[in-house]
Design a binder for this molecule. Structure first.
Ligand code: SAM
Length: 616
């Protein structure tokens, strides 16, 4: 079944744990329940709706939806984008000449009144071109801060004066919240902001600098949609006598609390202007840097704590009244996965829908390795009996999926002995062998990757669950590489392959480098990135023959490398002798490399030799 992606994916706030990427998988799981049929309206309830993307999906599949989240920003967004129908857009804002006129008016606002100048005062620098990095917050550019204030003030005044009703207010607020989430000078959450607009390498600059502008919403008509702002535990209790075809559960699975991460969205939605200090520095000390609202603790989720998550989840499952329960969770979540499966199987027959996607860590962990994640939706059919064998089957299936993804990662064969493998080199390959129970499994490694993937997976399927756990652990050991490790592996490979005259392979290794370098993209990674560039340029110069012969200068990867070098060299950093010296080294190595690639250095080199001879 197709869903309306224009409706489902337009104006979605950036949200941790949102399921946008998993919509095809969730659609598949919904279809598997068999609840959506021609001629009848199925009922769907999402108790932890967040960005609302899954509720929108359900609405676009023609279901009657109930969505809930206890965060106010989420409530507002869902009241608008799920609670309202497309037909509302034509009939609304009669007092102000229709939605088109309202958006035009809001978008033309620039200067907020003095009393509305709140975000601009407390969360933005005074002068975007000369922010005081020590004292001022930089969540938005000053002009966007003012614009948010002006629009928020106008919406409040229209509502207070009866020019717009509650529904119209929700729609305008939701559009504003989307912009406030998108134009923020953060990497997604409001627990911090970039020091300088756009972050270390200015990746997000266009997004952040673009002026806040409310866009015409994409809505659809649908059956009834009910939106709540309640504690999921309380609501589940209240709705105990309401039977749903499908209930979807996506609780937090780690310690991060949404109320503190998205405090600014609540502040904009509530417009209650909590009192905070303007300067980050108070009494000579840095305090309250992100100015998080004090009342964020009201929505401190029990699902974020080891002590309460399992117990509350058990209670919740017990209260849910539905034929089918769909659950999104992580195998590494706070609730131990075996326990999660046990809880679910007490409610009905458990099944699983899976897919795999590669998640590349950004931000602080930029230098850690790629994470291949198996994503899945758990399904409980409450009309059927659960059993232990289903749980074991699902655990094994998930573990095999995890192995299947881990085994595709870059291998560091140096760690093989650490994991207890017998290690041999045969021709160009490394062969790792280990016995699991009474079966021995052989991994053939070539170009740092397992080459005999399919064969290995077939062998593994025959192993019992307990042995598979050991295999998974071993694979984690041999694929435990940071981006930095991977980068240096490729740099070393270039030298080795050059010596072995495997020039095509050396070029292949070079092609990985710009991509890996692009992951060195936060403050801590800046100096390592300069060092890695120096190593890369030095190695290219050492192996010059390959590159002139293979016209490195025409390679796409080379232009990417040049772009990265340029960004790093132009990066403004605090004065630092070491950094200056790295930059100088890079500039001279780079100039020399370009000269050599363009054939300009030959004469010079000869000249040096001749003059040296003369001296001699
Ligand atoms: C993983 S997110 C859900 C993401 C959502 N499925 C999406 O695609 O955007 C978890 C959500 O649960 C909400 N939450 C946490 N504890 C809650 C509770 N006890 N009651 C209601 N909502 C809760 C959080 O505010 C957050 O929005």
């Amino acid at each position: 079944m197709q869903y309306d992606s224009l409706y489902v994916e337009t104006n979605l706030i950036a949200y941790i744990g949102n399921k946008r990427r998993l919509l095809p998988l969730i659609t598949q799981a919904i279809e598997k329940t068999g609840a959506v049929k021609e001629g009848r309206t199925a009922t769907f309830c999402d108790l932890f709706s967040g960005s609302g993307v899954v509720g929108r999906l359900a609405k676009s599949m023609g279901m009657a939806v109930t969505v809930n989240d206890w965060e106010y920003y989420s409530y507002v967004i869902n009241k608008a984008f799920i609670g309202l129908n497309r037909s509302f857009l034509r009939s609304s804002f009669k007092n102000l000449g229709g939605l088109g006129a309202v958006l035009a008016q809001l978008n033309s606002l620039r200067e907020p009144s003095k009393s509305d100048r709140y975000i601009a005062t407390y969360y933005c620098p005074e002068d975007d071109n000369a922010p005081d990095l020590e004292k001022e917050r930089m969540f938005y550019t000053s002009y966007n801060g003012k614009k948010i204030d002006a629009i928020r003030g106008q919406i409040a005044s229209w509502f207070e004066n009866g020019k717009i009703n509650r529904k119209e207010q929700y729609l305008l607020l939701a559009l504003l919240l989307y912009e406030a989430s998108t134009r923020s000078n953060t990497s997604g959450v409001f627990k911090g902001f970039h020091r300088g607009f756009g972050g270390t390498n200015g990746d997000a600059l266009t997004r952040i600098m673009k002026e806040v502008e409310l866009a015409w919403p994409e809505l659809i008509d649908g059956p009834t949609a009910t939106v709540y702002q309640e504690d999921a535990m309380v609501l589940a209790q209240k709705l105990r006598n309401n039977h749903f075809d499908i209930v979807y559960l996506d609780p937090p699975y780690n310690q991060h609390q949404y109320g503190s991460n998205y405090h600014l969205l609540n502040t904009i939605a509530l417009n209650d202007k909590p009192g905070i200090n303007r300067s980050i520095i108070m009494g000579g000390k840095k305090t309250n840097k992100s100015a998080i609202r004090r009342d964020w603790i009201k929505t401190r989720s029990t699902f974020c704590y080891r002590s309460s998550a399992s117990q509350d989840f058990r209670e919740l499952i017990n209260m849910v009244n539905a034929d089918h329960i769909l659950i999104s969770y992580s195998t590494d979540g706070i609730i131990p996965f075996d326990e999660m499966l046990e809880i679910l199987s007490s409610k009905g027959q458990v099944n699983i829908c899976t897919s795999e996607y590669v998640k590349f860590r950004g931000g602080k962990q930029a230098l850690t390795s790629e994470v291949r994640n198996v994503e899945f939706v758990l399904m409980v059919d409450t009309t059927k009996q659960g059993s232990k064998s289903q749980v074991t089957r699902i655990s094994k299936r998930l573990l095999l999926d995890k192995i299947d993804t881990t085994i595709k990662k870059t291998v560091n064969a140096m760690n093989a002995e650490l994991a207890g493998f017998d290690f041999k080199t045969i021709k160009r390959s490394k062969v790792l062998v280990k016995s699991y129970g009474n079966r021995s499994v052989t991994f053939v490694i070539r170009k740092n990757h397992v080459e005999n993937l399919e064969e290995v997976m077939i062998q593994l399927q025959a192993l019992p669950y307990s042995s598979l756990k050991t295999v998974y652990h071993d694979l984690q050991v041999i694929t435990d590489l940071t981006r930095e490790d991977e980068l240096y592996m490729n740099i070393n490979d270039i030298v080795r392959l050059y010596r072995e005259k495997k020039w095509e392979d050396a070029l292949e290794s070079f092609r990985q480098i710009p991509y890996l370098l692009s992951k060195f993209n936060n403050r801590k990674a800046y100096i390592p990135s300069l060092k890695a560039i120096i190593s890369t340029l030095s190695v290219l110069l050492q192996t010059m023959e390959v590159w002139t012969a293979n016209r490195l200068i025409d390679e796409r990867a080379f232009s990417q490398l040049e772009k990265i070098i340029l960004t790093k060299i132009n990066h403004r950093s605090d004065p630092d002798r070491a950094i200056d010296s790295y930059k100088e080294q890079i500039t001279s190595l780079y100039d020399y490399l370009i000269g050599s690639l363009e054939g300009e250095n030959q004469q010079e080199e000869q000249a040096v030799t001749i003059s040296d001879r003369k001296k001699a």
